[in-house]
Ligand binder design. Structure first.
Ligand SMILES: NC(=O)c1ccc[n+]([C@@H]2O[C@H](COP(=O)([O-])OP(=O)(O)OC[C@H]3O[C@@H](n4cnc5c(N)ncnc54)[C@H](OP(=O)(O)O)[C@@H]3O)[C@@H](O)[C@H]2O)c1
Length: 409
């Protein structure tokens, strides 16, 4: 363990999700000094306001100011802590200097990025530096993609214990999901669409399910996504496309690659939203598919996008109310099949709205897990996924401290 001033700094603590994470850490680890942590960002007034909202007990919580474009300030920030958890996004706009600073200074890093094309770019540019300094860089530590990545890890372990082999095909079904979207998340989606529209080469790259495996470019096994309403015989239920598959599946495929293709070169993974049985399930699947199509169109077509941003969508810094976060939850099932046709199903659930209440707890626990559970011998420097960097240790933390469950069905 290096001697640095802090174990953990939340960078972007005044973001919508950063504030929830800061409050969670204030309750969960407090200010006794057992865990040395600080909050950081670009705005002194917002960070002071956030600290004041935590009460007198937080009066000594350190605040550090650093703009995402200020390479010197970010390098100093990274030299002062063992782990950075950053919510400063869209990452494609504001994230690169922080990844660079962490990779060059041997500082572990977690984020909530869902922008696969940007993560790939960071792997290509900074993997060598991270390997040399020992920095563990772990993106996608929120609802995308921890339930998917750790859900697959859990299912594969259970399957291996029972059948002596890993599953070669896994399907994730979203049974229930209640929660809203924040301005920051929508800004990231819009940024990705704009990037794809302006660059056909990037668009093709984004469609590659193995975009996050640039180290192994011979991966070609086609992956099959659901494009519209479909009756699923395994779950005996109607299903529709699940928007987060675009990042989650890519993270799961990277995990398989980092495990030296332990689940097989032919490993198949897909995600879908379950809409129920019978006619009502079918109608819901059609409605959901149509709704997703309309949303995609409104983001792609510029005048519509501007109107939506101005009048309909939440702005950066806005998101679901505290009541909506409390009332939210998620429940997903993962079904695995191996080469002999043997199957097993597991469930992963969370007790708050997936994108914010749950995501803030996942990012906090992932950062603490890197800081305290996973030694540099267990996991060396480089670009990892949540499952390959933290696996069981993070699953245990999420069960014990973050209201999540992982069970065999
Ligand atoms: N993976 C998941 O499940 C998941 C869930 C939720 C969110 N997300 C992602 O997490 C990120 C944050 O979401 P959010 O809704 O919390 O966003 P948000 O409220 O819009 O916050 C964005 C943050 O970026 C900061 N920022 C912007 N430009 C900066 C600069 N030049 N220097 C330093 N800081 C800068 C803002 O600072 P100020 O506070 O000073 O304005 C703010 O703290 C987004 O990228 C979103 O896509 C992912």
């Amino acid at each position: 363990m290096t001697t640095r001033d802090f174990d953990l700094i939340i960078y972007g603590a005044s973001s919508f999700v950063g504030q929830i994470m800061t409050r969670y850490l204030a309750e969960h680890i407090g200010f006794s000094g057992t865990v040395k942590w600080a909050i950081a960002g670009r705005s002194s007034s917002k960070l002071n306001e956030l600290r004041a909202s935590l009460g007198e007990v937080a009066a000594n919580l350190p605040i550090i100011i650093a703009d995402a474009d200020d390479a010197n300030a970010l390098a100093k920030l990274c030299q002062s802590t063992r782990v950075i958890a950053t919510t400063v996004g869209p990452y494609a706009l504001y994230g690169e200097q922080m990844v660079k600073a962490c990779a060059e200074n041997g500082t572990d890093y977690c984020d909530l990025c869902g922008e696969a094309y940007w993560i790939k770019r960071m792997i290509v540019k900074y993997a060598d530096a991270a390997e040399q300094t020992g920095a563990r860089i772990v993106s996608c530590c929120g609802f995308d993609s921890i339930p998917s990545d750790l859900g697959v890890h859990f299912l594969q372990q259970q399957g291996h214990q029972r059948f002596g082999k890993y599953f070669t095909a896994i399907k994730l079904a979203v049974n229930k999901m209640k929660g809203g979207a924040s301005g920051g998340t929508l800004a990231s989606m819009i940024e990705a669409v704009k990037a794809a529209k302006s660059d056909p080469k990037l668009r093709r790259e984004m469609n590659n399910p193995y975009i996050l495996c640039p180290e192994k470019i011979d991966l070609r096994r086609p992956q099959v996504s659901i494009k519209g309403p479909k009756f699923d015989n395994d779950f005996q239920c109607w299903s529709a496309p699940f928007i987060m598959e675009a990042i989650n599946a890519r993270v799961v495929l990277r995990s398989n690659m980092l495990l030296n293709m332990a689940y097989g070169d032919e490993f198949l993974y897909r995600e879908q939203m379950m809409t129920g049985k019978g006619l009502s399930g079918r109608i819901s699947a059609i409605a959901l598919t149509a709704g997703l199509g309309l949303f995609a169109l409104s983001v792609i077509i510029n005048p519509l996008r501007s109107l939506m941003q101005r009048f309909v969508l939440p702005k950066p810094g806005e998101g679901p109310s505290p009541e909506a976060q409390l009332a939210g939850h998620f429940d997903v099932s993962l079904l695995g099949k191996n080469g002999d046709g043997e199957t097993l199903k597991v469930r992963v659930t969370g007790d708050r709205d997936p994108g914010y209440g749950c995501t803030a707890k996942m990012l906090a626990q992932a950062s603490l897990c890197l800081a305290f559970d996973v030694t540099k011998e267990d996991c060396k420097g480089g670009f990892w996924t949540p499952a390959t960097a933290m696996g069981d240790q993070l699953t245990d933390r999420l069960i014990q401290h973050a209201g999540m469950t992982f069970t065999v069905d």
